[in-house]
Write a protein that binds this ligand. Structure first.
Ligand code: AGP
Length: 369
């Protein structure tokens, strides 16, 4: 078993460290050598079919749903098509408006999640085209979808998903760019810029991983608490949701992720002396507003651990501890900012003596509805 873990203590830690490779493999030959366009031969839609898409529904569960929340922003920004993201177990029961002009994207690491599969079948029954993003070639989801973008993350063993999530983000960036270049919704220079920044992500993840010790120190403080909050705005909120799920899943510490601006509408009542708050402030245009929200919690005694992009050192003045992720385009920050949160969960679980790879009550693939 140690050999399978390649010298790491747990599969989760191994999989966190495999992310640079997973990014490279998922981008792989899908980036044209010219650096100017994305090649997605696996998407069989003709340019006419792509131009006919009026709305996109992204459907998934758990961590894959959180990737779908980022996917919504990515597709809306790049392709300028309206997108809704739904939890698969809810989707069918809200009588969603699905037409032949709807592209339904199902996201599933395993490709065997019953709720996601049921949503896929409902979408097809209503005449939508279904595109799957999955990590398992030949899985049920892969077999039943019209188009499949495989994430080349390699087998994921730990119940807590890490490299599958970040590879799903890469798949959304590629798909968003592909739609944009087909629709002409972005100019060529911007597409080339995003591609150039994508290529730099693996090396930037390596730089974050090299600072694991700093995250471990924070995790050990957090492990002594029973409640905490994650806050962020925009894409930082989507990542906050994923960070909170990861922490709950393996450390059993209760946490809530909140859109930072929403705290004052009720949740602020729960902020008390010493409560840890993990604040993400990587979105340049939302930075000042997020800092105001951070001040709302520090004024009430919260102990804030802030995550920002290199260059925004002003955050250090507003929080107790900071961690800087390498700078990238705002749209791409989730592929970096989630990494310290994965490490935080891992080390908090370890500090609590939990079974990191096999948390209680959970299964790797949920095949019941
Ligand atoms: C992730 O850490 C979880 N174990 C869980 O939320 C998972 O993402 C969810 O069950 C969906 O699984 P899938 O991607 O295989 O469909």
């Amino acid at each position: 078993v140690t050999a399978e873990k390649a010298g790491y203590d747990h599969f989760m830690l191994k999989e966190i460290h495999e992310q640079p490779k997973a990014y490279r493999d998922t981008m792989g030959s899908r980036l044209d050598p010219s650096g100017k366009k994305v090649v997605l031969n696996e998407v069989g839609m003709t340019p006419q079919q792509i131009k006919a898409i009026r709305h996109v529904h992204i459907v998934a569960c758990g961590t894959a749903y959180h990737a779908g929340l980022v996917g919504k922003s990515v597709i809306e920004k790049l392709a300028r098509i309206p997108v809704e993201t739904d939890v698969a177990s809810e989707y069918r029961y809200r009588a969603p408006i699905i037409t032949p002009e709807t592209l339904v994207i199902v996201v599933s690491q395993s490709g065997e999640t019953a709720d996601t599969l049921a949503a896929l079948r409902e979408a097809k029954r209503c005449g939508a085209r279904v595109l799957a993003i999955t990590n398992v070639v030949g899985s049920s989801v892969a077999r039943e979808a019209d188009d499949v973008i495989t994430t080349w993350a390699g087998p994921e063993i730990a119940v807590a998903s890490t490299k599958a999530y970040t590879s799903q983000l890469i798949a959304f960036y590629l798909l968003g760019l592909y739609l944009a270049q087909t629709l002409g919704s972005q100019d060529d220079a911007y597409i080339a810029e995003v591609i150039a920044e994508l290529k730099e992500l693996p090396e930037k993840v390596e730089r974050i991983l090299a600072q694991s010790e700093a995250i471990k120190n924070v995790a050990e403080q957090i492990a002594t608490h029973d409640n905490l909050f994650f806050i962020g705005r925009g894409l930082d909120y989507a990542v906050a949701l994923e960070g909170s799920l990861k922490l709950k899943e393996i450390s059993y510490i209760h946490s809530e992720a909140y859109a930072a601006g929403e705290l004052k509408h009720g949740t602020l009542a729960l902020i008390e002396e010493g409560i840890p708050v993990i604040a993400l402030a990587t979105q340049e245009d939302l930075f000042e507003k997020t800092v105001s929200n951070i001040k709302e919690v520090t004024a009430r005694g919260a102990h804030v651990f802030g995550i920002h992009s290199e260059g925004h050192y002003e955050l250090a003045k507003a929080v107790d501890e900071v961690f800087a992720i390498p700078a990238t385009l705002p749209l791409l920050t989730p592929a970096l900012s989630v990494v310290p949160l994965q490490l935080l969960s891992y080390y908090a679980s370890l500090a609590r003596g939990n079974d990191v790879d096999k948390p209680r009550n959970l299964a790797k693939s949920v095949t019941v509805e």
